[in-house]
Design a protein around this ligand. Structure first.
Ligand SMILES: Cc1cc2nc3c(=O)[nH]c(=O)nc-3n(C[C@H](O)[C@H](O)[C@H](O)COP(=O)(O)O)c2cc1C
Length: 191
């Protein structure tokens, strides 16, 4: 798999084979990759909470919102939920503002997970106060993002966004998840 193929395979997966565990060593490896990515002023304020036990996964799942564009889908059912999560925090005693560090870290972890045959999804629509209480997140840490991980159990494909069509992703009759992306010539400005 070359780099472009890795980027294309790294979709936002929301249904997994929950019976396939993601080991603690794998989660540590992903954070080990993330910690070597760029950081504004090299402050490195990000901290990580690793969760792969069934009880922790169930508690975190209660604080997540899935696929806002799929109005009739309440999110992954038991058996197709993520087997692990990484909660990304900003330690505000190190930096008040993480800039875009957490996006870089999350995408790097997801690319590394994809290379290992896993898949994931960034989640920003999260109940931060609930997560803080349930996981004893210290006050000095801002909750930035949750990264869900597991062995994907759905097919996701990219397609060119058609003129006048919206950005909403959708599932077809075969249950394939389609993600429209804006055409290259629309996003490169010829000024
Ligand atoms: C910062 C960020 C936050 C996101 N939050 C959520 C979320 O809360 N729930 C969800 O189901 N997907 C979430 N997503 C996934 C996006 O919906 C997804 O990236 C988009 O639909 C495009 O699909 P793709 O990642 O396969 O290209 C988030 C993505 C990003 C980058």
């Amino acid at each position: 798999m070359n780099f472009e193929q890795l980027i294309v395979r790294n979709r936002s997966y929301r249904r997994y084979d929950q019976s396939k565990a993601v080991g603690a060593d794998t989660l540590r490896d992903l954070v080990d990759i993330a910690r070597r990515t760029p950081s504004a002023a090299n402050r490195q304020p990000l901290k990580y909470v690793l969760i792969n036990d069934p009880d922790g996964c169930a508690r975190l799942f209660a604080h997540l919102a899935w696929a806002g564009a799929l109005k009739d889908w309440p999110g992954p059912a038991e058996g197709e939920r993520p087997a692990a999560y990484v909660i990304i925090l900003c330690d505000t005693e190190i930096a008040k503002d993480p800039g875009c560090d957490h996006g870089i870290a999350a995408q790097s972890m997801l690319l590394a997970a994809t290379e290992r045959g896993l898949g994931g999804c960034m989640l920003g629509a999260i109940n931060r106060e609930g997560i803080r209480q349930d996981f004893n997140i210290p006050d000095r840490c801002e909750i930035l993002l949750v990264v869900a991980l597991g062995v994907p159990a759905e097919k996701c494909v990219l397609e060119e966004m058609k003129a006048g069509a919206g950005v909403d992703y959708y599932r077809d009759a075969q249950d394939v998840h389609h993600v429209p992306k804006r055409p290259l010539d629309e996003i490169i400005l010829d000024l």
